[in-house]
Design a protein around this ligand. Structure first.
Ligand code: FAD
Ligand code: DLZ
Ligand code: SF4
Length: 507
């Protein structure tokens, strides 16, 4: 017999290790372990989601005839690590070896490869593109543009294709998306589930063991099995999808989810299959229930961005998370862990992160990510924060988004220019600025929006690197046209702001 490892983000019946395993003699190993629960200080909701979904998945495997050796976190024999549990179970069952599906993190790939047991690693086939397909596409290209990769994925899946042409005649309908915040949101947000007995047990365990981590454990409302996740998906397709495209980039003080799908956590853990999700969304278009700009925009996020960032993570190798092309070294400010701030946009994005283990893409990219980049925060610390606080965060998807897209620490592999903006962008896309202690219109002075000061500080300190970037020349021309006194004032006020930030003062 062999041991078949199933990790906390591999909760899919079609997982390669289960497909290749033999129900009659192999033993499935699943383990809640201290190493996985604490390699970063995960949000308590994320830990509870993982453990509850693992326990329920183990039960569905047993119901399906598998033998499962499951280690709860508080099992006195728990060795504390995935490899420790495999070694323990191997001697318990006299196993001939371990078969596993490739994990989504280099750390675990290395640990499993180094085990003193006979091991066999299978590819994770729950993605549209294999590593080989991504590498074949990437080979010899000067720039790895997501848009072209996405077209390949459209052709491969047949999603939104009319023969060999894109549905509606265009590949990308982003032009119709990205409207500012709406006055009214017609969708009530993600479906919320009352914890069942399994989830309640896990909540008690997590409260006891991880209650001091950043993040609110309760109220806990996530789906914890595939049936619930599918109910949530259907609820969103009906209520949220039709406006998803239009308001994808909008932010509101009093609405945490707008029209977002909140499916990343379910897909990444394995409860929903990405292709199944896209097929249901495409069906809504064919049924006339959602417009093409929303449906195409959503499908692009999944078969385009999600697959593309995975390709980059595995192509770039284990050192990717240590990259720091801009030499940023400031410590992550306390406000990211809930310390007080006068910046309303930051307070809202971090506040809802604490409450929900969720923020949507533009909050992650253009608020918390933008601020960290402008303020010159050490990208490794930014990376660890994002990996810890979001329920959908696993390194293969988080790191390219943070190190690459958001912090430009990979020197432009993912982003052709840094995602930076002054307060103006946040003002345009949200209602945050109205209730802020700072004034978004002020470029200098006591009340100047920090994004305005830091924006120019960033451009000025990285002039050598970015001046020649054709997409950034305009910004430098605007800066150069300002009179010299004003430029000096901006830079010295930005320096003053950064000093306060470093000193831990409330900013
Ligand atoms: P929606 O906005 O409804 O989008 C639908 C789905 O598309 C998502 O669920 C996700 O599966 C996929 N998707 C969209 N954008 C991306 C992207 N850039 N990369 C990969 N998949 C994408 N996504 C994660 O899944 N895990 C992370 O740890 C993560 N960290 C991020 C960090 C930063 C700094 C940024 C800018 C983005 C990050 N993203 C991450 C991408 C994106 O923000 C989240 O997938 C999305 O906010 C999840 O919410 P949702 O399910 O409501 O997504
Ligand atoms: C995120 C997570 C947590 C919190 N705990 C566990 C765990 O106890 N056992 C487990 O198998 N997986 C857990 N996970 C998910 C893993 O961290 C994830 O499989 C790796 O980071 C690879 O993506
Ligand atoms: Fe954010 Fe500046 Fe607007 Fe305040 S004024 S909410 S800091 S963008």
């Amino acid at each position: 017999m062999r041991l078949l490892l199933v990790l906390g983000d591999q909760l899919s019946p079609n997982l390669s290790v289960l497909q290749k395993g033999d129900k009659a003699q192999d033993v499935v190993v699943m383990a809640e372990v201290a190493d996985e629960a604490s390699y970063v200080p995960h949000h308590p909701k994320k830990i509870a989601f993982t453990f509850a979904a693992m326990r329920k998945f183990a039960q569905t495997l047993r119901d399906d005839g598998w033998t499962v050796a499951y280690t709860p976190l508080d099992d006195p024999h728990n060795s504390g690590s995935i490899t420790g549990e495999l070694i323990r179970r191997a001697s318990e069952h006299n196993a001939a070896g371990v078969v596993y599906t490739e994990p989504g993190e280099w750390r675990l790939i290395a640990a499993l490869g180094d085990m003193p047991l006979k091991t066999h690693c299978l590819p994770d086939t729950r993605f549209i593109a294999s590593h080989q397909e991504f590498d074949d596409w990437a080979e010899g290209r000067k720039q790895l543009r997501m848009e072209y990769f996405y077209r390949e994925m459209r052709r491969k899946t047949g999603l939104l294709m009319d023969g060999d042409q894109p549905e509606g005649g265009k590949w990308n309908y982003d032009h119709d998306n990205r409207k500012p915040a709406p006055d009214q949101v017609t969708y009530g947000g993600p479906m919320q589930f009352t914890p069942d007995d399994t989830t309640k047990e896990v909540l008690a365990l997590v409260a006891d063991r991880f209650g001091d981590n950043f993040g609110d454990l309760e109220p806990f409302w996530f789906a914890t099995d595939t049936g619930q996740a599918r109910q949530h998906l259907a609820h969103w397709i009906k209520g949220g999808l039709p406006n998803f495209g239009d308001f994808q980039d909008a932010m509101l003080d009093d609405n945490r989810f707008l029209y977002h799908a909140v499916v990343g956590l379910y897909i990444n853990a394995g409860l929903l299959d990405p292709l199944e999700v896209c097929q249901k969304v495409a069906q809504a278009y064919r049924d006339g229930d959602a417009p093409l700009n929303a449906v195409e925009g959503f499908i692009r996020q999944i078969i385009g961005w999600r697959e593309y960032v995975r390709g980059i993570y595995f192509r770039e190798g284990p050192d990717y998370t240590a990259r720091n092309a801009l030499g940023h070294d400031r410590a992550l400010p306390e406000m990211y862990w809930g310390g007080e701030t006068r910046m309303n946009c930051m307070s809202k994005a971090i506040g809802q992160t604490r409450a929900e283990a969720y923020a949507h893409h533009i909050q992650r990219l253009m608020v918390t990510g933008n601020f960290a980049l402008l303020a010159g925060i050490d990208p490794a610390q930014v990376h660890e924060w994002y990996l810890a606080v979001y329920a959908d965060a696993y390194e293969w998807v988080e790191a390219p988004n943070v190190i690459g897209m958001s912090q430009f620490a990979d020197d432009g592999i993912i982003a052709s220019k840094p995602y930076i903006s002054s307060g103006n962008y946040i003002h345009k896309m949200s209602d945050h600025c109205g209730a802020c202690a700072y004034r978004v219109q002020d470029k200098t002075g006591d009340k100047a929006c920090p994004f305005n000061l830091l924006y120019w500080h960033f451009l000025d300190r990285h002039r050598d690197r970015f001046e020649g970037n054709p997409r950034m020349g305009n910004m430098y021309r605007v800066w150069d046209r300002m009179d010299e006194d004003r430029r000096e004032t901006v830079l010295s006020e930005a320096d003053g702001f950064l000093k306060k930030l470093e000193a831990g003062e409330k900013v």
